[in-house]
Design a binder for this molecule. Structure first.
Ligand SMILES: [Zn+2]
Ligand SMILES: [Zn+2]
Length: 338
């Protein structure tokens, strides 16, 4: 089979590797759409990588034992290789699994673990069914496009009474705009890149504030009657934006972080949390029980198609990664068989 690899600084291409084989409840999936995510970071850093990607959509190609899916089923491939038996997995919060499996130890090879590939392997219980009327490309938005913000908004109870602040309007932040709009919330976005600001407006944001404006916080306060946003979601992973979320959210409000970040962010427990009554949480993906609701958003949102800005054949992975690194895009989808 063919798969895409990063070979060096801003260089990527296609290689041929052995076909993975199904084993026990691990199913062979023929990949039809690969939503691109953060892989561009390795591309611009020059970090070579032979196992790219964690998002995929496809059809069941072969199984080793009877289970919940059959050959030909169209499926969203959920991320990671969780154990399936710990308390978190059983509860549907498999993304936080206590005992993530060792792919190579279980299969004898790492082939089949990448999503930038024509085939992959996945435990059968992590293959979520795609309704007949939904394309592979749109179904792929049930991964990082809509997933992290959906999980955070579900946890915060975002609804039509809320003014929601979204910082960072990359593909994840734009997905947050779609989710917030679907829930009827008023949406304020913070984003500096013009392409993304315009796309956020098209998807339902009321206003986009430039974080480079020295009075960005004052603008947010003026838009909320001096009170602040009810709920805030950082999708940027930038400490300054995370801090902005804390400062821009009202007393007794809620803040969620879904943009990955390992740098420290300033937090003062008394003024920021205790006295203000602020709830701050981290959120990664969504509980598997929410999958039908995400599919409903994809089926019913009138603007969902605009979350995908570009598609490429996988053999043009070099151009696709360069575009992803430019940030002049929303979600980009690769097609391994085009
Ligand atoms: Zn587990
Ligand atoms: Zn992702």
């Amino acid at each position: 089979m063919e798969k895409a690899v990063i070979t060096g600084l801003r260089h990527a291409g296609i290689v041929k590797v052995p076909m993975p084989e199904p084993k026990e409840n691990w199913v062979l999936v023929k990949v039809h759409a690969v939503p691109m995510c953060t892989e561009y970071k390795a591309f611009v850093a020059g970090r070579a990588g032979a196992y790219l990607g964690h998002e995929a959509v496809g059809e069941v190609a072969a199984i080793a034992q009877p289970g919940p899916v059959k050959v030909g089923d169209r499926v969203v491939v959920q991320p990671q290789y969780p154990c399936g038996v710990c308390d978190l997995c059983v509860a549907g919060d498999y993304i936080h699994c206590r005992h993530v499996m060792d792919f190579e130890a279980f299969t004898g090879s790492r082939e089949g673990s990448a999503t930038y590939a024509q085939y992959l392997l996945k435990p059968d219980w992590l293959l979520s069914p795609i309704p007949d009327d939904l394309s592979y490309d749109l179904a792929g938005l049930a991964l990082c496009g809509l997933g992290p913000s959906f999980g955070a908004f579900d946890a915060m109870g975002v609804d039509t009474f809320d003014t929601v602040l979204v910082t960072g309007a990359g593909a994840v932040g734009l997905g947050a705009v779609i989710n917030a709009a679907y829930r009827g919330a008023r949406i304020i976005v913070v984003e500096s890149i013009r392409y993304r600001a315009e796309r956020a407006m098209a998807l339902g944001a009321e206003v986009v504030i430039d974080p480079g404006d020295p009075d960005a916080l004052e603008q947010l306060m003026a838009l909320t009657g001096g009170v602040g946003a009810d709920k805030a979601l950082d999708c940027s992973g930038v400490p300054a934006a995370q801090r902005f979320c804390i400062d821009a959210t009202r007393r007794k409000g809620q803040v969620a972080f879904i943009g990955e970040c390992s740098d420290p962010v300033e937090l003062r427990v008394s003024p920021d949390m205790i006295r203000k009554g602020l709830t701050i949480r981290g959120s990664w993906h969504y509980n598997l029980s929410l999958y039908p609701q995400i599919i409903q958003v994809i089926q019913r949102s009138p603007v969902i198609g605009q979350l995908i800005s570009h598609t490429f054949p996988m053999r043009e992975v070099q151009q696709a990664l360069a575009l992803s690194a430019s940030h002049q895009c929303a979600k980009i989808i690769l097609h391994p068989w085009a």
